[in-house]
Design a binder for this molecule. Structure first.
Ligand code: ZN
Length: 168
C-alpha cells in the first residue's frame, strides 16, 4: 500500500478506537469497552462533523485528541425541551429506555428524530435534542486502519465492518 493510499480522505474506510468524555471530564463512552474498533466510511456523514473533519489526513497508527463544539457535534439544544407523551402512544412490544432514539412522523409526511429524555410512570418525556446536544465533546482517537472502501460500501454510503466483508 502506498503512503497516500493510507491517508484518511473521502472514499476511505477508517477503523478507529475512541474514548469520548464530556466537558466535566466524565466518561461518556469508549469503543474499548467492547474491544471492538469502529469502522466508518469517510465523507459520508456517519460520524459527527467535527470528528470527521479532524480525521482528514490522518493515517493508521496516529493518535490524537480533538475537542468538538456542539455545533460540530450533536448540535445546540433547541426547541421547547422535553414533552410528556403517554406510554400508550408507543407500541406495547417496544421496551422504552432513557436515551432511546426513534423517529416520529410529522403531519406533513416528514420524519422527526426524537429521544426519550426520561420516563416517569406512564409519562414518557421526549425531546428533539440528541442526549449529547449542547455538549462539547472530547474525543481521544486511535486510528487503526485506513483502507479503500469497496464499491458496495460506496454505493450504500456506509462501511461493511472492519474488513468490508460484512455486507447485507
Ligand atoms: Zn450496506
Amino acid at each position: 500500500m502506498s503512503e497516500e493510499n493510507s491517508v484518511v480522505s473521502e472514499g476511505k474506510v477508517v477503523v478507529f478506537h475512541y474514548t469520548l468524555t464530556g466537558d466535566d471530564g466524565e466518561l461518556i463512552e469508549s469503543s474499548k469497552d467492547s474491544g471492538q474498533p469502529l469502522p466508518y466510511l469517510h465523507g459520508a456523514g456517519r460520524i459527527v462533523p467535527g470528528l470527521e473533519e479532524a480525521m482528514e489526513g490522518k493515517s493508521a497508527g496516529d493518535s490524537f485528541d480533538v475537542e468538538v463544539a456542539p455545533a460540530e457535534g450533536y448540535g445546540e439544544k433547541t426547541g421547547p425541551g422535553p414533552q410528556a407523551v403517554d406510554r400508550s402512544e408507543f407500541p406495547d412490544d417496544v421496551e422504552l429506555y432513557e436515551g432511546m432514539g426513534f423517529t416520529a412522523e410529522t403531519g406533513d409526511g416528514g420524519h422527526l428524530p426524537l429521544w426519550i429524555s426520561s420516563i416517569e410512570g406512564d409519562d414518557v418525556y421526549v425531546d428533539q435534542n440528541h442526549p449529547l446536544a449542547g455538549e462539547t465533546l472530547h474525543f481521544a482517537v486511535e486510528v487503526l486502519d485506513v483502507r479503500d472502501a469497496t464499491d458496495e460500501e460506496i454505493a450504500h454510503g456506509h462501511a461493511h465492518g472492519v474488513d468490508g466483508t460484512h455486507g447485507h
